[in-house]
Ligand binder design. Structure first.
Ligand code: 8YV
Length: 314
């Protein structure tokens, strides 16, 4: 460590450009590659002024509590479910995230998953690569246009998904409160929304109110011809209930970008033909990740310059 240079703890891999930019500003310590965390903390904890982390990783309360000089946690992501904002506030730690700059990418992926799932695009690709086309047609898929779409959580991302899906069919949504400006039907009751949707898309924040929100009753309301698409957080779904519903044909299929225990994906899901699985890539475009990195750096620079952080949560 260089004396007097602030230390930034990096809790997950970041793009090479972002890592280089962080290296210009800090002594960057790659926490996720370190073997002996406790020994390192004993020697260096007092020098850590910043933490840079992903939305899917956040920071454990125990780590935050072990960093007496920590001033800022910059999340490279919009989700802050893995950062205890109350604890940060109590400790005087500022927290920032990267809203807006990833909205389009997440919404685009959600639409891609809807179409891929209903039209069987992944299986169709395999059909050709496995050279099965000359000897057999694919089974018929299901139509996308005209489907009824239900959105769970009409925040920035949910609204962008709704806007895109409304080109295909009627959109309804649920959430804590109706959005006055939204041109879609508000359905207060999630089970009722599921019952009246062919495609249920999850785009809500993960928090105490949404934990395991999608359980057996909601899946049964969605029904044997309904499908679930999750670009929110794995925690919003009762994964065991989802696996049961898929296995028993109580829902028709699911497309998942997020899981309860990433990067581990339940074996049962991997074996299922009626699911599409992507590895939390909704924001993973070159353009989106570049803007996210810029916003992380803008927040860090503002914090250290003592000027207003552009997207501070606390
Ligand atoms: C990222 C995310 O995969 O924005 C979020 O909350 O989960 C994703 O955009 C992740 O945060 C990248 O670090």
């Amino acid at each position: 460590m260089t004396p007097d240079r602030p230390i930034a703890l990096q809790l997950c891999p970041l793009s090479p450009a972002m890592e280089a930019a962080l290296g210009d500003r800090f002594d960057v310590v790659r926490w996720f590659e370190m073997q002996d965390h406790e020994a390192w903390l004993e020697a260096h904890a007092a020098g850590v002024r910043a933490v840079v982390t992903g939305g899917h990783v956040g920071i454990a309360n125990t780590l935050m509590e072990q960093l007496p000089s920590l001033g800022v946690v910059a999340i490279n992501g919009v989700g802050f479910d893995k950062v205890d904002l109350d604890l940060a506030g109590r400790r005087g730690v500022r927290v920032s995230n990267t809203p807006d700059v990833l909205t389009e990418d997440v919404a685009d992926l959600a639409v891609g998953l809807v179409i891929a799932l209903l039209r069987g695009i992944v299986a169709a690709d395999r059909h050709v690569r496995d050279q099965r086309w000359p000897t057999g047609e694919m089974p018929l898929a299901r139509k996308v246009s005209g489907r009824r779409f239900g959105i769970v959580g009409l925040g920035r991302i949910g609204a962008a998904i709704a806007e895109r899906l409304s080109a295909f069919g009627p959109v309804s949504y649920t959430g804590r409160t109706p959005k006055a400006a939204a041109p879609y039907a508000y359905v207060a009751d999630l089970a009722e929304l599921a019952q009246n949707s062919d495609v249920l898309v999850l785009s809500c924040a993960a928090n105490a109110q949404t934990k395991a929100l999608i359980g057996p009753a909601i899946l049964d309301a969605l029904g044997p011809s309904g499908v679930l698409v999750n670009v929110a957080r794995g925690a919003v779904v009762d994964e065991a209930a989802l696996i049961g519903a898929l296995a028993e044909g109580r829902i028709a299929g699911a497309a998942l970008d997020v899981y309860a225990d990433e990067p581990r994906v339940p074996k049962a899901l991997i074996g299922m033909p009626n699911v599409i699985l992507t590895p939390h890539i909704a924001s993973a475009t070159e353009e989106g990740r570049r803007r996210m990195a810029e916003l992380v750096l803008e927040n860090l620079d503002a914090y250290f310059a003592g000027t207003p952080m552009p997207t501070a949560l606390v």
